[in-house]
Each structure stands twice: as C-alpha cells, then as structure tokens.
Design a binder for this molecule. Structure first.
Ligand SMILES: Nc1ncnc2c1ncn2[C@@H]1O[C@H](COP(=O)(O)OP(=O)(O)O)[C@@H](O)[C@H]1O
Ligand SMILES: Cc1ncc(COP(=O)(O)OP(=O)(O)O)c(N)n1
Length: 529
C-alpha cells in the first residue's frame, strides 16, 4: 500500500482528535507513552494508548525492557479500532521485528488518516531500545507512515550511513530516505553540536521546509522526540497541514524545554514541562481575580464620579425630578435584582453561599419597601421602568437564567461593589463638608443633618444612609464568592465572568446618568410627573 504522503485525507477537522499512541512505557513519565499522553492532551487531543513495551528507566538511563506478547498487543489494537474512530496515530518504541510487523498489519487494515512514526532506537541516555533485526522491519513500516521523525543517529541507521556531523549531511540523508521510501521525513537537529536546533520537513521529491529554534540551554531533554511526534500527530488531525503542524509543535516544544526548569524530576536528563501553557493560565490565587476585575473597570469607576447626578446629589443642587426618577428606577430595579439573587442562591454550590444570596434577595425587597414607604411616599413619582433599568435587568436575567453560577455572581457583583464604593466616597465627602459648616456653630449630630435645619442639605438624609457597614460586609463576601467561583472555573468561564462584570459595571454608570437622560429626552413628562 502507498500512502499519499503530502496531504491527509479530509474527514472534518476535530477540535479534540482521538489520538492513539502505540509506544513503550517510561515509568519516569518523561518519554514514551507518558510523554505522548501529555503532549496530546496539551494540544486538546483525546489520548489513547497501546503499550508495546515496559521499560525500567529513569532520567539517568534504561535498566531493562519487557515486551508483552504480540498477540495481546493485537488484541488491544483491535479492541480500539473496532469501537473508536481514530483520527491520528503516533508510533514510538517498537522493540522488535515481530512487534513492528504486527503494528504494520494493523495499520494496513485500519488505514488511519494520520500516521506519525518516531523510529525510536536509542534513548538520549545512549541506551539502545530496539534490536538489530528490527531495522528492516521499520523500513517496511514506512509504507504505512505519513511522517517519520528520526533523530540523527536513527536517520543514519535507516539510510545505512555514518551519523551526520553537519546539518547539510543530515538534510542529504533525509532526502535519501524520503525519496527511497516515498515518505515525508522530519529530520531533527537536536543532536547537532550547534547553538541552534534546526528541523526540516522533507517531501519525497526533495522539497523541504526548515524550522529553526534557538537551542535551549538545559539538561532536561528526556523525551523531546516522543513529545514532538505526539504533538505533530495531534496538530495534524486538527490542521490537515503538515508544515503548520510541525511549526506549531516545534514552537511549543521549545517553550516546554524553556519551562522545564519549573519541574524538579530526577538527577539525570529531566523531562520537559508539557503543561507550561496551561499552568501559566492556571486558576488565579486568593483575590487576584476580583482585583483584576476592579482594575478593568477603572474607567467606569472614574466616570461615575464625573456624572452630573453624583456631583449635584452631593452639592444638593440635583433637581427634585431627577432624584425622584432615580428612586423609582431604584425600586423597580431592586425588585428584579432580588429575583436574580434568588436564582444565584438556587445555583450556589454551598449552603453558606445559598444562604448569603437568599439573604441578599430578601434585603433587596426590604429596601424596596423602605423606598416606597419613606422616600417615594413623600415624593410620589409615577414612572415606568426606564430603558437603562430595563436593559440592566435584562442583562442580569440573561446571566441568571442562561449563564453559569460564576456568570450570575459576576453580573450581580458591580451593584454591590460600585454602590458600596460610591456610598463610601459620597458619605465621606458629605460628612467632611457638613463638618466644615458646623465647626463654627458648635457640636451637632451629623445624622440629624437635613432633618429640619434651615438651609439644610436637601439630600442629607439620603446621603447619611450611605456607607452602611453591614452592606460593606456583604460586598466583601460577594467579592470572595466571585473569587472562589473564578478559581473553580475554567479560563473560558473566567472570560465570561469578566464580560458579565464589565457589562454590569457600565450599566451602573448608565443607571446614575439615566435621570438626566430621561429629563433631557422628555422634559414635559418630567415636569408633569
Ligand atoms: N536543547 C534543545 N533546545 C531546543 N530544542 C531542542 C533541544 N534539544 C532537542 N530539541 C528539539 O527537540 C526535538 C527532538 O530532537 P532530537 O533531540 O534531535 O530528537 P530525539 O529526542 O528523538 O533524540 C527537535 O525538534 C529538536 O530540534
Ligand atoms: C519508552 C521509551 N520510549 C522512547 C524513549 C526515547 O524517547 P525520545 O523522545 O526519543 O527521547 P530522548 O531520546 O529525547 O530521551 C524512551 N526513553 N523510552
């Protein structure tokens, strides 16, 4: 059988290809099956394994090799191919000719869309991993292979020449093998004595694409060949383009070598850090997530304090109609917000959080009632839900009813956090301003401000309710809950939380600005209301 060596037949490109590694086990986890599982998983593939040999090895060398019966190897291969669609196959250590032929028979039968063969013969420690008679069988296996990835000693064995000492010699040998066996060859320059590590993808017609990376100064090179070939096998199933797959795999491998020092495995040639990218985006610690959310809405925070509504509320010059509109919208908002908090309570993963949101929902209704009884009864304003309020509660409802728990928490958080912040700042400024007025007159209880004193601040009673310590405490708890949800969630979940939080923060700004917009757009109605 001859494979089309240049393209992989198109069968749809899976995001999570089912990739089978047929290879030997390295109990130290840096090479063989174990490295393959890590490389496949790091690229989003679903890893499957059929173990051809068990080695007793560590980072310092191979002590012995055990080869299970070939009959059992075949049973494993058949069990997989009879049940599972295999998108890609990576082949590593095949310890003898019998094993190689058995794998060849299975490939001929199943014809996987992608077959990458790492012709493992010698480990980086210098130990031989294959018997002499197996060379011929390996060459025959190339007929069932799309890409073969020899290192320089392996390439030399395959073309029966001395090991290449220069990159030019290596390329020459690669071209001989590619043409003779009608197979793509990835010649790897890791064994060269140079400060760069060039690789080259050579087609049977001799055309080639080179990939060069700086040599990483590290002893942790155990399993580079296994890792690279498994990554290419996975990427090829996703991209269908060999040079793109090799390029991506090589760039990732270089980073895995650079990050290998983060691990501390063994006293010899240590393993690469296969999950360097994943671990770099690992779950945020402590309050990191909420701190980043807060920083991301610095623009909205500044914008709130620049609003006429806020400045006029503090100065006492806010038109009554604006304040009345705000109170009505606040009451309408709180009714809807309470339902969303009740939904957060229903989704909460712990009883404590369930109780917290349920209490929040109840408090909203109590505050809403208070607004009607105390504030709106004195200043009756008849308003329907305004557009900003409507958009804000629609956004919250969407997060509550179609988002995850983390998204609901992130969506409701700005109402707590920004209100607490605005309250804290306004209360402090109000108290300071009132103190200045009263200092000349004598001691006056500040919470009596606005209660009948001539020339008193028209919103004094309202401003005096800000900076409630109980609400500040609830805000701290809501922030901690958001951090915990972010730690539990995936990166994608955290992105959705960020978006939900940022949207709500913008709605908070718009909410404070809505009375002015409402007055500007409907001056007659405002006057009548
Ligand atoms: N120190 C290093 N720095 C950067 N890349 C390396 C280093 N050592 C090996 N590589 C790369 O690792 C891959 C495997 O190379 P090689 O060591 O030649 O094969 P093998 O691991 O099969 O012996 C190649 O892409 C090679 O360029
Ligand atoms: C079980 C097993 N398979 C393969 C190897 C050699 O792996 P390779 O990736 O070629 O690694 P280095 O030569 O870079 O170590 C192995 N040691 N064990």
């Amino acid at each position: 059988m001859t494979y089309d060596t240049l393209t992989t037949p198109f069968q749809g490109r899976p995001d999570h290809p089912r990739v089978l590694s047929i290879a030997g086990s390295d109990p130290s986890g840096g090479a063989g099956i174990q490295a393959d599982i890590k490389a496949i998983s790091a690229h989003g593939g679903y890893a499957m394994t059929v173990i051809t040999a068990l080695t007793a090895q560590n980072t310092q060398g191979v002590r012995s090799v055990h080869i299970p019966p070939v009959d059992f190897l075949m049973q494993q291969l058949e069990a997989l191919s009879e049940d599972i669609a295999i998108d890609s196959v990576k082949i590593g250590m095949l310890a003898n000719a019998e094993v190689i032929r058995a794998v060849g028979d299975w490939l001929e039968e199943t014809r996987p869309a992608v077959v990458v063969l790492d012709p493992v013969m010698v480990a980086s420690s210098g130990d031989s991993l294959i018997s002499g008679e197996a060379r011929e069988a390996l060459l025959e296996l190339l007929a069932h292979t799309h890409l073969v990835t020899p290192n320089l000693p392996e390439l030399a064995v395959l073309v029966s020449e001395p090991e290449a000492r220069t990159w030019e010699e290596a390329l020459h040998q690669g071209k001989i093998l590619a043409a003779a066996r009608n197979v793509q060859v990835l010649v790897k320059g890791g064994h060269l004595a140079s400060d760069v590590c060039p690789d080259a993808l050579i087609a049977p017609d001799g055309s080639l694409v080179e990939f060069t990376a700086a040599r990483v100064d590290t002893a942790n090179t155990h399993g580079t060949g296994c890792t690279l070939s498994a990554a290419v096998a996975t990427l090829q199933a996703q991209t269908g383009e060999w040079s793109a797959s090799v390029g991506k795999a090589k760039a990732w491998l270089t980073q895995a070598l650079q990050a290998s020092g983060e691990l501390n495995v063994g006293q010899g040639r240590g393993p690469l850090n296969h999950f360097h990218a994943l671990w770099a985006t690992a779950a945020p610690q402590g309050g990191e997530f909420s701190a980043s959310l807060w920083a991301e809405i610095s623009g909205q925070r500044a914008a709130i304090f620049e609003l006429d509504f806020i400045k006029e509320l503090l100065a006492g010059t806010l038109p009554r109609e604006h304040f009345g509109y705000y109170l009505v919208q606040d009451a309408l908002y709180l009714g809807a917000y309470s339902r969303v908090l009740a939904h957060a309570s229903a989704l909460a993963p712990t009883e404590e959080e369930q109780r917290f949101w349920a209490q929040g929902a109840q408090n909203c209704l109590a505050v809403e009632l208070e607004l009607h009884k105390v504030w709106l009864s004195k200043n009756p304003h008849k308003h329907l839900m305004g557009p900003v309020t409507k958009h804000y509660v629609d956004h919250l409802a969407a997060a509550a009813f179609s988002g995850s728990y983390g998204e609901v928490v992130a969506a409701v958080l700005p109402c707590y956090w920004l209100y607490a912040e605005v309250g804290r700042v306004l209360h402090a400024q109000f108290v300071a301003a009132e103190k200045e007025i009263f200092d000349g007159v004598g001691t006056v209880a500040l919470d009596a401000v606005g209660s009948g004193r001539e020339g008193a601040h028209p919103y004094g009673e309202w401003l005096a309710t800000y900076a409630d310590e109980e609400f500040a405490e609830a805000t701290r708890t809501a922030v901690e809950i958001a951090d915990a949800a972010a730690r539990r969630g995936s990166e994608r979940e955290r992105q959705r939380m960020r978006a939900a939080f940022a949207h709500s923060a913008q709605f908070e700004v718009d909410f404070f600005d809505a009375p002015r917009l409402h007055a500007d757009s409907t001056p007659h109605r405002v006057a009548r209301d």
